[in-house]
Design a protein around this ligand. Structure first.
Ligand SMILES: [Zn+2]
Length: 292
């Protein structure tokens, strides 16, 4: 029994369990023609999130909870094909899975609402909580005050906890300073998961601005120069808007509406094949990994 109730040991063993499931997902995604985004998203929810969120209202306020977040981000990188340097807050939007921290708060709210109903095991604890002096085990951040706070905070009790999570996510995303927010302005925008895996990965890297562009490869020490074949610095903005060699057939508009020509361009994406000074597929450097 962990009498300090910090849940450190539990969270560390949970992280170990999640890591083996991430390896399973990586096999499913493969290196090129792996499972599609929809399949990977469902597999992530079933294999990783179900485990990561088991009994989460009990331990999610521990100071050690964030230990499992990098592993969850790894799974989202596998789903989206995004590289290691992609901002972590871009990953849930592209994978269409709410951020882990919000999902944990949603689970606390859901349990709190169920406990409000008479007959529930936690009903009396929630309605008549024990004072700090009467508690045998000292929790720094117990469930009851957190649940009471969330219940009073979620003023519209008619919406489901999952919908409440979406309502919280939207304003958080609206303040995001990354490039992706200007392209996907709200969390309800469909993330085009029906595209073939190769096109989907290419699109996500163009949207986030982190991919095998010369400027990125140069920054990571994997190219001798940031210059494009056309002579200008090869940033994502240059590729999408100005490059006479790599520009998509209908520019940024084509990437938004995804017409047939743009989809074909994404599928044959020369940028994904772009060479760098690192060529071996073994011991691939961290920057080119889809997860850490
Ligand atoms: Zn160019």
């Amino acid at each position: 029994m962990d009498r300090s109730l910090t849940y450190r040991r539990h969270i560390k063993s949970l992280r170990k369990k999640l890591t083996s499931r991430v390896a399973l997902l990586r096999r499913l995604a493969g290196s090129g023609q792996g499972a599609g985004a929809t399949t990977l998203r469902i597999a992530t929810l079933v294999l990783v999130h179900s485990t990561a969120e088991y009994c989460t209202p009990v331990w999610c306020r521990s100071a050690h909870t964030s230990l499992i977040d990098p592993t969850i981000n790894d799974t989202l990188r596998i789903v989206t094909g995004c590289l290691h340097h992609t901002p972590a807050d871009n990953l849930p939007i592209l994978a269409d899975i709410q951020p882990a921290e919000l999902r944990r708060r949603g689970a606390t709210l859901s349990l709190g609402r169920r406990a409000m109903k008479p007959g529930h095991l936690l009903h009396s604890a929630l309605i008549h909580p024990l004072g700090a002096a009467a508690r045998r085990l000292k929790l720094r951040h117990p469930f009851v005050p957190a649940a009471q706070h969330l219940i009073s905070f979620s003023d519209n009790n008619n919406i489901l906890a999952a919908q409440w999570v979406d309502h919280q996510w939207n304003p958080e995303w609206a303040d995001d300073p990354t490039r992706l927010r200007t392209l996907i302005p709200d969390t309800g925008t469909p993330p085009r998961m029906t595209l073939p895996r190769r096109a989907w990965v290419q699109l996500n890297r163009l949207h986030t601005g982190v991919g095998r562009f010369r400027s990125c490869l140069y920054k990571w020490g994997m190219a001798s120069s940031a210059a494009c074949k056309c002579g200008t610095e090869q940033t994502v903005g240059h590729v999408v808007l100005h490059c006479p060699i790599h520009r998509p057939p209908h520019g940024l508009h084509g990437l938004t509406v995804l017409d047939d020509e743009t989809t074909e361009w994404l599928l044959n994406g020369s940028l994904l094949k772009q060479t760098c000074s690192y060529q071996s597929t073994h011991n691939r450097p961290r920057s080119l990994q889809t997860c850490s």
